[in-house]
Design a protein around this ligand. Structure first.
Ligand SMILES: NC(=O)c1ccc[n+]([C@@H]2O[C@H](COP(=O)([O-])OP(=O)(O)OC[C@H]3O[C@@H](n4cnc5c(N)ncnc54)[C@H](OP(=O)(O)O)[C@@H]3O)[C@@H](O)[C@H]2O)c1
Length: 232
């Protein structure tokens, strides 16, 4: 039997790498990306089943790279995970000092690219009645000083996700806030990641969205914690 296929962006580090490892352990076929080809290749080589993984290095904001990802996926796609994201300039500037070009870049990566990638693989997703996971953030709904550009990109991603869910009832389309995690992105904003969970701790919540027939919508990973983790 053909294994299910997932496309995970930003799979070389952080949450994307943790989710990729979990799906690889399940025997899923994976198409993954990241801009740094060496780091992506090293991550794939360390997986239990690297033979199931196609690494396509590139920038999600590049249309030619997105076309290469869609070509690598082929005819059927069970899970699209729009995970790759950028914070923008650090230290995080207040909006009064955010260069418009920097905001345009954050929107290109965090908001426009996820929609464009979905458009590129939509026929393959529809063939499988697949699942879309758009990785959001609490910065999409909270007004944190310095997080205005990134937060706006995630708020717009949330709305794209909600409208896509309404327009495609045959798919399950989720925005999910993973919560704070000890990753390079978090350390770029705040070097003290003491006490933060590792990204692997969030993966069971993401897998629930992939596995269970929960209604399309916006979820917080903390609300999807499996009973053992939630201490129930
Ligand atoms: N960490 C947190 O506390 C936190 C909280 C809320 C939400 N999130 C969200 O969770 C998701 C994962 O974040 P993370 O903390 O795991 O990030 P991370 O540690 O910075 O990892 C980001 C991954 O995405 C890749 N990437 C970045 N820009 C890319 C681009 N333009 N094209 C292709 N790949 C790109 C990176 O590899 P290259 O650099 O080689 O491209 C890397 O593999 C993001 O959507 C983030 O917004 C994180």
């Amino acid at each position: 039997m053909t294994p299910p296929t997932a496309l995970v962006t930003g799979a070389s580090r952080g949450l994307g790498a943790a989710l990729t490892e979990a799906l690889n352990r399940r025997g899923w076929r994976l198409v993954v990306d990241g801009r740094d080809p060496d780091r992506l290749a090293a991550g794939v080589a360390a997986l239990p089943r690297p033979d199931l993984v196609t690494a396509v290095p590139g920038d999600v904001a590049d249309p030619a790279h997105r076309a290469a990802l869609a070509a690598a996926v082929g005819d059927r796609l069970d899970l699209l995970v729009n995970n790759a994201s950028e914070l923008g300039p650090t230290p995080l500037p207040r909006l009064a000092a955010l260069p418009p070009a920097a905001l345009e870049r954050v929107l290109a990566v965090n908001t426009v690219a996820p929609l464009a990638l979905l458009q590129a693989v939509l026929p393959a997703l529809e063939r499988s009645g697949g699942v879309v996971l758009d990785i959001s953030s609490d910065a999409a709904v909270e007004a944190y000083e310095g997080w205005g550009g990134y937060g706006a990109s995630k708020a717009a991603l949330d709305q794209l996700t909600a409208v896509l869910a309404a327009e495609h009832p045959g798919l399950r389309v989720y925005a999910v806030d993973p919560g704070d995690m000890a990753t390079d992105m978090h350390r770029a904003a705040d070097p003290d990641a003491t006490g933060l969970p590792e990204p692997a701790a969030v993966v069971p919540a993401l897998l629930r969205l992939a596995d269970e027939a929960l209604p399309s919508g916006r979820y917080r990973a903390a609300d999807l914690a499996v009973p053992a983790e939630a201490g129930r």
